[in-house]
Design a protein around this ligand. Sequence first.
Ligand code: G3I
Length: 489
Amino acid sequence: MLVPAAAEARDVPLNSLGTSAGQAQRRADGTILLRPGATVRTDLAVREVHGVTVQLERRDRCSANLQVTARLGDQAASSVIGRTSRTVSFRLTAPAGTTRVSLSLTQLRDKAKDARAKKRRAQAKRRRAQANARGKAKASRRRVRSHRPRRLRPRRKVAVASPCQASLLLRGLSVLERLPLNAAMTTAHFGQDPFYQALFTQNFDGLTPENELKWASTEPQQGQFTFDAGDRIVNWAIANGKSVRGHVLVWDYQNSSYVTDPKDFYLLQHHWKRAELIAVMQEHILNVVAHFRGRIPEWDVVNEAFNDDGSYKNNVWYQVIGPEYIALAFRLAHQADPEAKLFYNDLGYEAGGPHTEAVLNMVRSLREQGVPIDGVGFESHFDISAGSITERMRPVLQAFANLGLAEEITELDVNTGPGGVDKLAAEAELYRQVARACVEQIACQRVTTWGYTDRYSWIGSDRQGLPFDVNYQAKPAWQALQAEARPAV
Ligand code: G3I
């Protein structure tokens, strides 16, 4: 099936393609000459792919049509190339990850020519049969008269044209990527507001439960786990074909009081001993992650461990366990679900500075220690005055990508300050800039907004932080986000 070329296509360097021996020939100008039977292929690290585009130039004057088949993972689509050069787009899809993309060329039989040849053969056969019949009748008459052997008439020679060498020049190959757009959601409005879930399912690819998986929700009393709300939202997402990010295992907010109250060393009799708190953390992580294993493919393991000056936050985990609580949390999460992708999530380090340096050093050190960390989440709670954010995020995203980490924008919203539709264009521009920073960096795999309608936003409806307004109408911010993340097909 053909689709028009999308605005956001990522070129695959032709020199990265492996070629089948013989039929594919690299040329000095970087293009590749393909003959029937040729295949070129490569393995690519991609985001979600929704198409493959190929620029081809027909080089021969043969009458036969050529067929180009594009394969993406285990999907394939073909297109017939006549005598003209063209760009062909194939609607092929693949999830984010490493996928094989290949192109192969076959020569189609010339149907009209085949039909003419068939007709000629049939006529000749008929003539031979008639001649045979006549010959037999004569022969039987002759047999009576003589026993002379019959002289066969020599067969007419058919001229065979030398086969035409078909060829196509491969001038370009690109994959059309799509950045998944997720949103945080909460069961608080499930069943209360008929539009809330519908708006989400129509517009987003996946969700992050806003509060349902936090400590206070999942283990309100020590050792007593409650997964009702978590199961409800996770199962609803899965039933609707949406992905889920798990948020969050270890944080300094929304903990149950038995975790945080003993941190007040001065007012309370008891405070945690290190081994005790490690045991508490272990029990929590192992139970929560194991409960959702197979349903939640990625987790924010530790949230917001640093202050903006780059120092560790003095939370209960840091006070009692020390900075090693972070490595420990990742190891425990990995133990509970070795398949899950594990993220460190934070805010205020998206655009450089001491906070960014602190997180970089921490994740570098985790990697060096062999701690199973797969990615970093940039919350991206921005203020409307944030300015040219793409420029400032670009080197930060690159620095974390250089460590081999996956990246996501995990909690995007833009605080416009109180009131006024006049702020919506500036808000949209900031949304566009954040999405652009992510689109540009291949390690950045997804944008999640922290909620989606201003009706329900942690910063308040009047701050107009989200891409849909209080009446569920799409704002300019939504158009901007879509234009960057979901190029038209
Ligand atoms: O659960 C109680 C409920 O029983 C009570 O009736 C109600 C009364 O106000 O409060 C409820 O708890 C609230 C909870 O959200 C659930 O609605 C808390 O007061 C409220 O503080 C809490 O706010 C959440 C906030 O995290 C806590 O820090 C927000 O909904 C949530 O959007 C926000 O999300 C965080 C991310 O997890 C991490 N990054 C920052 C982000 C924004 O703060």
